[in-house]
Design a protein around this ligand. Structure first.
Ligand code: ADE
Length: 293
């Protein structure tokens, strides 16, 4: 059964607007799509596989209160330049505009850096960094450079590094920096661009399925100052705020939605075992040759 959709923002806030949400059929992306639709925005949801996306789209269409609001789906691997070009073109053709782009699609697998194959590293960087860049560039070149627009990039809590996910941490930090550069380059075109960094405690059924259980989420609660998991709705609210005119003077910014997790701990429970492999450097005492520490 389709669940309830609501928003803290006023109904009709995005009436007549159009958006692309990549990875918009599951988890955080789905919540963003549902809230945008609720607020009157036409949404094109893009994902790599159409079959799962169609089922999610049917559910989201059944929640629509206003029959003028449209939800369309597109198959798009954001790593493929021709598919990204086609996604932007199809959206502009169908909706007549592209006001908002939400780069939510991404993914990674956990491993230590010494174990990464080049193929695995490249796949994560191509999806999370290059794919996001391609979507930004095509949105800019095909529509926003002439008409303005707003972009939100979904990144992650990688601000103190991301042990166990170093490929994704590097790629997301790259998107964080790309956001800053583009906010300056594209301001004269009337484009605002910001990032939202959800903590790793944002709980969704999709994320729990990906990791095989909810244990990995619950284990983090003691390490989050808010002492609870976060919701996909809490991320979506930040995205809708940044897309809205309430954020008209905000660009190049990164908003963390993590209950202060990133100021307190990393996104993975990562213990460093006791060891003595990093000996101190001191001026040795000439008499006994011993270190002071
Ligand atoms: N979600 C995860 N990887 C993706 C990709 N390459 N394209 C679109 N959506 C994705």
């Amino acid at each position: 059964m389709a669940g309830v959709v609501s928003s803290v923002f006023r109904p009709g806030l995005f009436a007549g607007k159009s958006a692309i949400v990549t990875g918009g059929g599951t988890g955080i992306g789905k919540a963003i799509t549902q809230e945008l639709l609720y607020l009157g925005c036409n949404v094109m949801v893009a994902a790599r596989k159409l079959d799962r996306l169609e089922a999610a789209a049917d559910e989201m269409r059944s929640q629509l209160k206003d029959e003028k609001v449209r939800l369309e789906v597109a198959e798009c691997n954001i790593r493929k330049e021709d598919q990204v070009k086609n996604l932007i073109k199809t959206t502009v053709d169908k909706f007549g505009s592209l006001d908002y782009l939400v780069n939510n699609a991404g993914g990674q697998f956990m491993n230590t850096a010494g174990e990464f194959s080049l193929k695995g590293w490249n796949a994560v960087v191509e999806t999370n960094l290059t794919g996001t860049f391609l979507c930004c560039r095509e949105a800019h070149n095909q529509w926003m450079s002439k008409n303005g627009g707003v972009i939100v990039n979904i990144i992650a809590n990688m601000f103190n590094g991301w042990p166990g996910m170093s490929h994704s941490g590097a790629a997301r930090a790259g998107v964080d920096n790309l956001t800053k550069s583009l906010s300056v380059e594209w301001a004269p075109a009337g484009i605002r661009i910001n990032s939202v960094a959800p903590g790793s405690t944002i709980f969704s059924d999709t994320a729990a399925q990906n990791y095989g259980s909810d244990t990995i989420f619950k284990a983090q609660i003691p390490r989050v100052p808010a002492k609870r998991l976060g919701t996909t709705e809490e991320v979506s609210a930040a995205v809708c705020f940044l897309l809205s005119p309430a954020a008209a003077f905000i660009s190049g910014e990164t908003v963390r939605v993590d209950g202060a997790q990133s100021l307190y701990s990393t996104s993975i429970v990562w213990e460093v075992p006791d060891h003595d492999k990093i000996p101190p450097y001191t001026w040795k005492d000439d008499k006994d040759g011993k270190s002071k520490l």
